[in-house]
Design a protein around this ligand. Structure first.
Ligand SMILES: Cc1cc2nc3c(=O)[nH]c(=O)nc-3n(C[C@H](O)[C@H](O)[C@H](O)COP(=O)(O)OP(=O)(O)OC[C@H]3O[C@@H](n4cnc5c(N)ncnc54)[C@H](O)[C@@H]3O)c2cc1C
Ligand code: FES
Length: 367
């Protein structure tokens, strides 16, 4: 019996996006001035099964364009009848602003997942101690994990350190304080860069530093560490931990913004490209809507060749997992090695993930 057909213990069925990928918005909640939570339920009564920290990929139709975006489930799997995402407005971002301005209870979205490895269910700490470090909207996977620990009344030694711009930007402040008060194994600390209008910040102030980490979790070297936030924030935390002699085998990160590679990753991509360049045949990739053409070596994913030619295309994980780069192939052949970010019926309908599709002929893509 598979997941879709197996009845859940209470007699409910489990949500299976292969069967019905439509989710109905049940509620929209304002968290801060620029963060909202959207609560979803399947069309028929079904339960969600996921590890706290995993994400869903949503399909949006905005101004005649189909756009894919990933959102971490901020709710806990212990409350499986609904699931929620918590979205921060990104200046000029098409999807986050559309959600904030237009998405209302009763409206629907297509979603697939859950996906992702970023969960303490998948990286269990040998010492039983955890350190969750988030910046900005990176709070969501940490919230799901903390809510799950709280609901299950787990005694799981957790330090949750969240960095926000001002106290007005702290998401879930009251709920975190309540969970920490009632389950003493959850400790929460916030660090703010500055005061908010009308609210001064008496706590840790400035950018997250090694000194603050030592003060909040002096035993951080014994902890399994999870980090999520914008790329510059994660780069800084990674460097800080490396500098402090932390065992990076126990470091786990999730980026919400994969566009900016770290300098090390950039160097790796460039070296790999240089190494394969001389032998590789190249094919012509045409982007039909934008009327751009790029040359793509046979050993290079189409997305990578497009980026090198200066095209800005939607992408996140760049490894065939999240579905953000899904595009319609009008003609041509590709070889694609994905990791679950696309369904067989989508492949059959001519869709590809351009981050993990290498050309085997000239290709035309509907973008
Ligand atoms: C696995 C995964 C999980 C995610 N979970 C969440 C989540 O729980 N909550 C959430 O709000 N977002 C989350 N995101 C980001 C989300 O998918 C969108 O990228 C975001 O909502 C912006 O979409 P947009 O279309 O409005 O703007 P885009 O056109 O995607 O982005 C506009 C610009 O802003 C940058 N940017 C994108 N997201 C952010 C951000 N959060 N902070 C700062 N800069 C950003 C982009 O790199 C780009 O330069 C997640 C992304 C991934 C890959
Ligand atoms: S960018 Fe994630 S699947 Fe392509």
């Amino acid at each position: 019996m598979d997941q879709a057909t197996a009845p859940a213990p209470t007699g409910f069925h489990l949500w299976d996006p292969e069967e019905d990928d439509i989710l109905v918005c049940r509620a929209v909640r304002e968290e801060t001035h620029d963060v909202k939570t959207f609560v979803f339920a399947p069309r028929t009564r079904r339960r969600f099964v996921f590890d706290p920290g995993q994400f869903l990929t949503f399909e949006f139709e905005i101004d005649g364009e189909t756009i894919y975006r990933c959102y971490t489930i901020s709710a806990s799997p212990t409350r499986p009848d609904t699931c929620s995402i918590t979205v921060k407005r990104v200046p000029n971002g098409p999807v986050s602003n559309w959600l904030h301005d237009h998405f209302k209870p009763g409206m629907t979205l297509k979603a697939t997942g859950p996906m992702g490895e970023f969960s303490w269910a998948r990286h269990v700490s040998a010492s039983g101690k955890y350190l969750l470090i988030s910046g900005g909207s990176g709070v969501t996977p940490m919230m799901s994990m903390t809510r799950a620990a709280y609901d299950l009344a787990e005694i799981r030694d957790t330090v949750f350190l969240h960095a926000a711009r001002t106290p007005a930007d702290i998401v879930f402040e009251d709920e975190l304080a309540m969970m920490s008060r009632r389950n003493r194994s959850i400790r929460v600390a916030h660090v703010c860069e500055s005061d908010a209008p009308g609210r001064s910040w008496p706590g840790l102030r400035g950018r997250l530093s090694a000194g603050m980490l030592e003060a909040v979790a002096p035993d951080f070297r014994e902890r399994e560490v999870f980090v999520c936030g914008p790329s510059p924030f994660m780069n800084a935390v990674r460097a800080m931990l490396q500098g402090a002699g932390f065992d990076m085998a126990r470091y786990h990160e999730e980026s919400f913004n994969f566009e900016e590679l770290s300098p090390g990753e950039k160097a790796e991509v460039e070296t790999a490209a240089e190494e394969m360049a001389p032998a590789a045949r190249t094919f012509r990739i045409e982007f039909a809507k934008t009327k751009r053409v790029v040359e793509c070596p046979e050993d290079m994913p189409i997305l990578e060749a497009a980026k090198r030619a200066g095209l800005r295309l939607p992408s996140s994980c760049t490894k065939g997992l999240c579905g953000t780069c899904k595009s319609k192939k009008v003609s041509g052949e590709v070889e694609m090695t994905h990791q679950g970010g696309i369904r067989q019926r989508e492949i059959d309908a001519g869709q590809i993930l351009i981050c993990c599709a290498k050309p085997r002929s000239d290709v035309v893509i509907e973008r």
